[in-house]
Design a protein around this ligand. Structure first.
Ligand SMILES: [Zn+2]
Length: 253
């Protein structure tokens, strides 16, 4: 979520950036430290235009959460109250390479960024899975300082940042709204959530969401190529009464 620019405004901004970039390279602006926050006045614009635009760009990031009102899944497959089980990391005694976001059956799933659909299909353990390739720079504009919160949660796999490509992976889906090679835009509904990939059903219907530097998961990867999705967006508080309403064993439909 963020400020949406009209096509025309974007063009003007792009042109400004190009001009400023040229001036900057010619050495017409003294390099300064880029400030952390965009000031409410536009003094910075005169003081350091490139820094100003960089901050502006950061504020205009176009991230859309994978589902509206994202909250961590409280109930496990077997019905235990254990939100730590849904976090990215090792609480399960084996790596969990994504974040389990609570989704009642057939919740709308959104593209978080502009990108290209590179995979739709069924993967063992993941069920119906959709993968969108996104631009690394777009993704990094959403990066934030996340403080670990759950038991044995980790920030990132050791191979994630070494690679260039970036992918968003959505699993346990019910149906796809897009197909391979489709271009998708931020916020577009790309799928409906489901409970595919569980042979014995689940008490905690959810979207398994990954941010990865590898297109498809392979056995034994663990979370090596993945990052904690919470490095890029915030969860809302979990509502146990709400999730309890859906706490009945749901099977693949
Ligand atoms: Zn999961």
């Amino acid at each position: 979520m963020g400020l949406e620019l009209s096509e025309e405004a974007q063009k003007i901004l792009d042109k400004k950036i190009d001009t400023l970039d040229k001036e900057y390279k010619k050495g017409n602006y003294a390099p300064k430290t880029v400030p952390r926050k965009l000031p409410t006045s536009d003094v910075l614009w005169h003081f350091h235009p490139i820094g100003f635009l960089e901050q502006l760009e950061r504020m205009m990031k176009k991230w859309h959460d994978p589902v509206d009102n994202p909250q961590i899944t409280i109930f496990t497959k077997s019905g235990r109250n254990d939100p730590h089980n849904s976090a990215f990391g090792g609480h399960r005694g084996r790596p969990h390479s994504g974040l389990d976001i609570f989704t009642p059956y057939q919740t709308q799933i959104h593209a978080c960024l502009n990108g290209t659909v590179v995979y739709t299909g069924f993967i063992k353990g993941y069920g119906k899975t959709l993968v969108i390739q996104v631009n690394k720079k777009d993704l990094e504009l959403s990066r934030r300082n996340y403080q670990l919160k759950y038991d044995k949660e980790v920030l990132e796999g050791d191979q994630y940042s070494r690679r260039e490509e970036r992918y968003l992976l959505y699993a346990h889906l019910d149906s796809f709204k897009v197909k391979v090679r489709d271009k998708v835009s931020t916020g577009e509904v790309v799928a409906l959530s489901g409970v595919t990939g569980y042979a014995e059903g689940t008490f905690g219907p959810h979207l398994h969401f990954e941010i990865s530097s590898k297109k498809l998961p392979s056995k034994g990867d663990g979370y090596k190529y993945r990052t904690n999705p919470l490095n890029y967006f915030k969860l809302k508080d979990s509502n146990i009464e709400y999730q309890e309403k859906y706490k009945q064993k749901t099977y693949s439909k």
